[in-house]
Design a protein around this ligand. Structure first.
Ligand code: HEM
Length: 410
């Protein structure tokens, strides 16, 4: 009798407590102490995939915790201060992602993550449209792709929790490691920039599922990420990363991040039948298979029909309207985080998706897809509200002796 704990995946999800549990979960002949199964999680460091920053398509498996933070420059911030900040962040990120106490703080004063390894920490930094025109950054240097996003129907945006001069995505397999990185960057910014908003979310813990490569679920209970582009697919680099010969020289190797806090109206969602929920998305909830047939990764057949001649994937189904084929090839890499922030004042869950979409150009990515979802009345719109929005040009990885954003700032 074997349990999935002996198949090679870490067995966090199968670990239960007590004697009955070990009888249930462990191989009769090869029982393994639970603690050993997650060894290695803390010591894992993510190498920078030059010329890209880590945290976009690397690591392939999303870390289990993440915080997205926007900073605004203080009104008096000078060009020199901005440059100094980017140098300080570059050095801190190199230390933190290697699991070292950042230079400038000592183990005596900075004990927050003492004893923790890097836990696959990645920190990804970018510039918002509002940076241009401040701290010596010329408004003319702003690429056309970094124009503020257009207004979309059906959104109810909170301006105070949207936008920002600098955007940072911090992710790791441990919430304390993420928090420590946030505090370190915030301290380094003192006098130059202050946090404008901070939002945190989570993804599946490594090992919580016996199949580490399987798709994880969002708070609506759907497999989310099935039809994401993958680095192995032809054209992936060009769709997600700014090309090596792109006109905006300082952003070559970078990527654009569209961030949306999308609240899920979970009480209304839960009141639907499973069949209706499946029609809203166009996929089965349990397996993730498209309603046009097959299994989870069977290509979607948008013209497939039911026996009665109706479309298998309804006209307003989310995957029909969001598909690249329905949007002139527009492609995004979605790496969302679930969030659960308790209750809204009306007692409804304040929960949903911190939606992160990565692309080489938002005009061939998020913008046309979101316009289509809005104008063609995506069936999912009835169960979601976009509450905040931000766009950042995420810069390329710094050269070995350089710093983040150097090609723009020097
Ligand atoms: C696909 C959920 C918002 C773009 C999917 C799928 C689910 C899903 C379950 C099918 C599985 C998959 O391929 O990942 C959600 C939820 C959302 C949301 C719960 C909000 C809370 C958005 C937004 C966009 C978007 C705002 C872009 C503007 C896409 C794309 C696909 C997709 C491009 C793949 C379609 C395909 O090619 O088959 N989404 N989504 N989604 N979604 Fe969303």
């Amino acid at each position: 009798r074997r349990s999935f704990l002996t198949t090679g995946a870490t067995g966090l999800g199968g670990v239960a407590v007590g004697a009955a549990a070990s009888a249930l979960l462990f191989d009769d002949h090869a029982s393994t102490p639970a603690a050993d199964l997650v060894t290695g999680l803390g010591t894992t460091a993510v190498a920078t995939p030059f010329p890209h920053q880590a945290g976009i398509s690397v690591p392939a498996r999303q870390q289990s915790h993440g915080t997205v933070v926007a900073f605004d420059l203080v009104a008096t911030a000078s060009a020199g201060q901005l440059k100094t900040l980017m140098k300080a962040w570059t050095a801190a990120i190199a230390d933190l992602t290697a699991g070292r106490v950042p230079a400038g703080s000592s183990e005596a004063t900075d004990t927050t993550a003492l004893g923790s390894g890097p836990c696959s920490l990645t920190i990804t930094v970018g510039f918002g449209p509002s940076l241009f025109g401040k701290a010596g950054v010329s408004p003319d240097a702003r690429p056309p792709e970094l124009a503020p996003l257009p207004a979309f129907g059906t959104e109810q945006l909170d301006a105070a929790r949207s936008d920002g001069d600098l955007g940072v995505v911090i992710a790791a397999d441990d919430a304390l490691v993420v928090f420590h990185a946030l505090r370190t960057l915030t301290r380094a910014a003192a006098g130059t920039a202050t946090p404008r908003w901070i939002m945190s979310g989570f993804s599946r813990a490594p090992g919580s599922s016996p199949d580490a490569a399987s798709t994880s679920r969002n708070l609506m209970g759907q497999l989310d990420g099935t039809n994401n582009p993958t680095p192995a697919q032809p054209g992936f680099e060009g769709k997600i990363y700014v090309a090596a010969d792109a006109p905006t020289a300082w952003l070559r190797g970078g990527s654009y991040l569209v961030f949306r806090r999308i609240r899920m109206l979970l009480d209304s969602w839960d009141a639907q039948t499973t069949a209706e929920q499946e029609r809203v998305i166009g996929r089965h909830k349990d397996t993730g298979a498209p309603l046009s047939g097959g299994t989870e990764h069977t290509p979607v057949n948008l013209s497939g029909q039911n026996p009665d001649g109706s479309l298998a994937i309804r006209g307003d189904a989310h995957i029909r309207l969001a598909a690249a084929a329905s949007n002139g090839g527009a492609t995004i890499l979605r790496r969302g985080l679930s969030y659960d922030d308790g209750l809204k004042p009306d007692g409804q869950p304040d929960a949903g998706l911190l939606f992160l979409a990565w692309q080489a150009d938002p005009n061939h990515g998020f913008i046309p897809v979101q316009q289509h979802l809005t104008r063609s009345m995506d069936a999912l719109n009835r169960f979601t509200t976009h509450e905040t929005s931000a766009l950042f040009a995420m810069v390329p990885a710094p050269a070995a002796d350089g710093y983040l954003g150097q090609a723009l700032l020097e």
